[in-house]
Design a protein around this ligand. Structure first.
Ligand code: HMG
Ligand code: MG
Length: 298
């Protein structure tokens, strides 16, 4: 059924900022996360414990996690590709760790330097450790709708990774459109196929807006019953290992649509607009959000 309520996971502080060339201070990241907490998100992806050689911008993750003002009930998530990353996330008191794989072999190699099968083996240790420490576990599947290196990706190969992540005990699984190539019917097909492997209520849509399809894709996913979506304040972002990838769909645009649909989010759009203007000003450019800029101009 079409959801009456959705969970929006704000990924701007991680997916959004990871690709920025100029180092952004921990203070600025902390203020961004605090503003997002104040806006009412219940899940914010705030950090990434990956190799600083691979993604230098995320090297401040420990400081960011230590500096934010946490609100009870809010889940602050961190990416953890291996046990070293898990240890960092554990020490930083992340509420949720994210193991991130891909539905495409080529992308798996470029992004995490191993095959899909090898990644699952690495994730197994992270998953066990997360369970031991009672930390939520999320799995993310890149290139679920297409790959910058190998092109087409079948719904079957997405379903295959969904099944493996389910076996590892994931509480939630993200179907990610890394390069934003998906279109609405394709999204429905992949979501319906994934839902045969894993409960629909625990699947999420992570859409980048490279081809301007993200809002339409979210709506299409809602039609099949998906009710968790990722978005990025001010449309920040891009993946460093997906050339030309732009930001996630902007949170302001998603909230504007949800408000218009009468779908409950629990998030204060005006506060998100302010947070988007804050970080965009800091980055020295205009927010990549139609709704955000329209509201800010009023
Ligand atoms: P590797 O080189 O195969 O790893 O990289 P390794 O185990 O051989 O270690 C090499 C060096 O990295 C060693 O240091 C390790 O200590 C260090 P050295 O001895 O050379 O000084 N190292 C680490 N340092 C800090 N934290 C760690 C860590 N692990 C190893 N966790 C690895 C494998 C996975 C580490 C590397 O490929 C990597 O960090 N990749 C991350 C890439 C990334 O962050 N991509 C962006 C996030 S994914 C994304 O954006 C997609 C998503 O949004 C969904 C979507 O839109 O598709 C989630
Ligand atoms: Mg992403």
């Amino acid at each position: 059924a079409f959801p009456t309520k959705v969970k929006i996971v704000e990924v701007g502080p991680r997916d959004g900022l990871q690709n920025e060339k100029e180092t952004i201070s921990a203070e600025v990241k902390i203020e961004l996360v605090d503003r997002l907490t104040d806006a009412g998100f219940i899940n914010i992806e705030a950090a990434s414990f990956v190799s600083p050689k691979w993604v230098p911008q995320m090297a401040t993750s420990t400081e960011v996690m230590a500096g934010i003002t946490r609100k009870a009930g809010v889940i602050y998530s961190a990416l953890t590709p291996n046990m070293k990353g898990f240890e960092g996330a554990l020490a930083a008191k992340a509420d949720e760790v994210v193991i991130f794989g891909a539905a495409s072999e080529a992308f798996s190699q470029k992004n995490i330097n191993c095959s899909i099968a090898e990644s699952i083996e690495r994730f197994r240790d992270v998953a066990q450790a997360a369970k031991q420490h009672n930390i939520r576990l999320r799995g993310s599947i890149s290139c679920s709708f297409g790959c910058p290196y190998q092109g087409e990706v079948s719904p079957e190969s997405v379903a295959d990774v969904v099944r493996r992540l389910k076996d590892l005990g994931c509480d939630e699984i993200d179907i990610a459109d890394t390069i934003g190539v998906g279109t609405p019917r394709h999204v429905q097909k992949v979501m319906e196929r994934a839902a045969k492997e894993f409960p629909l209520a625990q699947l999420s849509g992570h859409f980048h807006d490279t081809y301007g399809q993200a809002l339409a894709n979210i709506y299409a996913a809602m039609e099949v019953g998906v009710s968790t979506f990722h978005s990025s304040v001010a449309g920040l972002g891009g993946c460093p290992y997906a050339k030309g990838a732009t930001g996630n769909v902007s949170t302001e645009d998603v909230l504007y649509m949800m408000n218009g649909l009468g779908v409950e989010t629990g998030i204060d759009l005006d506060k998100v607009v302010d947070a988007g203007q804050f970080i965009s000003k800091h980055l020295g450019r205009k927010a990549v959000s139609r709704a955000g800029n329209a509201i800010a101009a009023k």
